[in-house]
Design a protein around this ligand. Structure first.
Ligand SMILES: Cc1cc2nc3c(=O)[nH]c(=O)nc-3n(C[C@H](O)[C@H](O)[C@H](O)COP(=O)(O)O)c2cc1C
Length: 276
């Protein structure tokens, strides 16, 4: 099967998914320049209902509450393939990917793509801090090497098959019905009583507006950057990670207590897994 040009469609608020995708593409070395469709920002997701006839297409997203982030799933669900080979990729923060891979696999099939390979990689947890490190610095050199090796194996598989259907990946780990995203429900409940989003410390803020640019949901008011729309915020922490002076913070102590509880249980390094 002809390999390329490669299209990648990815959602990546803190950049780890994007780096894994770049590693995979480097290993695939498809024909022509890869087309990188970064749908992290809301404005890029208005342009939906695309038809992607040429493959392979890489679908990539982080794992949120054991699932695909709602914003990303909604966009992926608007794409259409016509028997187009697809590579399914999730990136998680060293806890677990639960049903994210199977959810993305199912979306691809429903939308007319043929999943030919899938991978689960590890990226620094969005909530990792110096005090509670979780997969800090990942994907690291070893992870990127693994991403390249995966890309190379995908390319070899595709070149060895006549049609996408011949390369169909029968399944991936995960269960149906999918796990309920409890954390997401809890967040919505808490927000009935209080804002529960990262806030900016006015005394530290240099008004560089990087948080506004980084926010996938345009939740931070560009005119008054101290205002965050809590109905839009998805707690991705893109704003927290990008702030050069650490002015953007989650002030709620209860939040970090819960994060600590979860992350302390998953200190042991997990390694990338892939399915061909
Ligand atoms: C709201 C939210 C929920 C998350 N849920 C999980 C999870 O269930 N399992 C896990 O291992 N990591 C989880 N993570 C961590 C992310 O999957 C991880 O940090 C990923 O590398 C972020 O991707 P990005 O850099 O492309 O944004 C979660 C992160 C956020 C912000």
């Amino acid at each position: 099967m002809d390999n390329g040009p490669i299209t990648s469609v990815y959602f990546s608020p803190t950049g780890t998914t994007r780096r894994v995708v770049e590693g995979i593409i480097a290993g695939m070395r498809g024909r022509g320049r890869p087309f990188m469709l970064d749908v992290t920002k809301k404005a890029r997701r208005y342009d939906s209902a695309r038809e992607l006839k040429a493959g392979p297409v890489i679908f990539a997203a982080p794992v949120y509450y054991g699932r695909i982030p709602e914003a990303a799933a909604e966009y992926f669900n608007s794409l259409t393939g016509s028997g187009t080979p697809a590579v399914i990729v999730v990136v998680y923060g060293n806890r677990a990917y639960d049903d994210a891979l199977i959810e993305l696999y199912d979306i691809a099939v429903r939308r007319g793509f043929v999943p030919v390979a899938a991978g689960a990689f590890i990226g620094e947890h969005s909530y990792s801090t110096e005090i509670i490190p979780a997969a800090a610095g990942r994907p690291d050199v070893k992870d990127i090497e693994a991403a390249r090796a995966f890309g190379k194996a995908v390319q070899e598989k595709l070149l060895g098959c006549g049609r996408a259907q011949e390369a169909l990946l029968a399944g991936v780990p995960g269960a149906r019905p999918y796990i309920e995203p409890e954390g997401l429900y809890l967040l919505r409940e808490i927000r009935k009583a209080r804002p529960f989003t990262p806030q900016t410390d006015e005394s530290l803020c240099t008004r560089c507006n990087r948080c506004v640019e980084a926010c996938p949901q345009d939740a931070i008011d560009p005119v008054d950057i101290f205002k965050t729309d809590n109905r839009e915020c998805i707690m991705c922490f893109a704003c927290v990670k990008i702030c050069p002076v650490s002015a953007r913070r989650m002030a709620e102590a209860g939040f970090f207590l819960r994060v600590k509880e979860i992350l302390e249980k998953c200190r042991e390094r997990k390694e990338p897994e892939w399915y061909l």
